[in-house]
Design a binder for this molecule. Sequence first.
Ligand SMILES: [Zn+2]
Length: 563
Amino acid sequence: MVDLLIQGGSVVDGTGAPARQADVAVQDGRIVAVGQGLGAASRVVDARGLLVTPGFVDIHTHYDGQATWDAFLTPSCWHGVTTAVFGNCGVGFAPVRPGASDFLINLMEGVEDIPGTVLAEGIDWCWETFPEYLDALGRRQYVMDIGAQLPHAALRCYAMGDRGADHQARPTEAELALMGTLAEQALRAGALGITTSRTTKHRARDGRYTPSLSAAEPELFAIAGALRRAGRGVLEVNSDFGEGDFEILRAAAEVAGRPMSLLLLQVDNAPDLWRRTLDQIHAARRAGLDVTGQVGAKSIGVLFGLETSRNPFENHPAWAPLAPLAPRARYERLRDDAAMRQRLVQERPGDALTRWFDAAFARTFAMAPALDYEPAPEHSLAARARRAGTTAWALALDALLADDGKGLLLHPFENYSGGDFSVVQQMLADSATVMGLGDAGAHVGLICDGAGPTFLLKHWARDRSRGPKLPLELLVKKQTLDTAAVYGLHDRSVLAPGKRADINLIDFAALDLLPPQVVYDLPTGGRRLLQRARGYRHTFVAGTEVLRDDELTGQTPGRLVRG
Ligand SMILES: [Zn+2]
């Protein structure tokens, strides 16, 4: 008699094999059999009509801080994620010298839009070294498994002090040696990888570029050498891929002899650059290097609302009396004051941000009622305003005031140069890419893509109308076997005997996303955007049910995974 029998579901096992009707038997947290007639069980779950998939492995999250105060890692727990990897994009909180946490908070606030007050209050800073940080995580229990990576910015600032944030400064030989030693220690203690950022998009809150931006070859090679000596870990990179950058990173991967995971997305100022990068990834793979591209399930889109980090009216003189108000009072004032609304819509300040919004309305869309993440250009605020003989500003204000002031505008700013997801489709279909870029836990005041695992299945296998769909089996593989393989997590992510019983049961016909919402549930009442799902009937982590009918059960079987 086994602990759990999942009976009669449509099994999509994570390998890309065709879905098949089968039962899944679980004993002591592991899958013991997949097939028919598997015998008796203490608990039988009727999965007829449901998809049975491995739990999702989300390798691109930013729970570095949240994992020190939140056992449930929302929103990922609502989207079938059973393993979350953080420490991405070169930012995080260890190692840190005593008293030096302010800069790392400043950096995380600027780069990933996690409020500094939340981090300062929420994190207890009971570590200095990365191994001590891992130990702090290892003492806690979670709804899912977690894995942490060593962020280059923290490493650099630990080794170089204040000079670490100075882009003119170069590390001395002694500092390079220290970085290498600490990186090797972190990997040996269980860091799943080392991450770095080479993008000008990443700035600290004080405006300075992220410390690793200007790291030269000797420094990257010092890190790569640590990966080689440790014989474990992944090099994860967020780069703008300026001239020569791929070659430097490829050389680092050669030194490391370890997998390299590169963020891959389309940017407007070089809309074909991602293709060149993908070609370079394929060339590196043909040469025997283990390089993958991390791609998104959709555009990278920012959300503007009355309560988000940005809104189109924030620099308007008439907005000044609204800014200090509590959200509800702000909405009511706007709703009741027609003269103020008229002023906001008709007078246009000449500042750069307002001009930016004016241009951005050509690619900005009201989210309600359809929650359409692949909207056609003719639905933009600018296009609708032209047809209606009004202004995009008037439509924007109406949209923000909808739903009692909870209305949102979507501005897709990456992966959307062509006005649809055709590049996303090509990225997802490519053999050298895996799912990533969800940034769960980050950008909490502007972006809400932690729901990516749900969107990937729902949009690409079921709902898409503006182009080809993708096979469900491929999509599941992209965020289970493929993502787990990047990090060598071979004990999970496939429904097969011997693997961890991380399992989702999904009502695929009913699978849906709820509208993103602004909530104030972070430490100190900090604000964030959250998005929930419908259709997850059960999620099991190591055989323990953590989610039932889209609600947490309160169980926390997840632990820190050490590399
Ligand atoms: Zn990131």
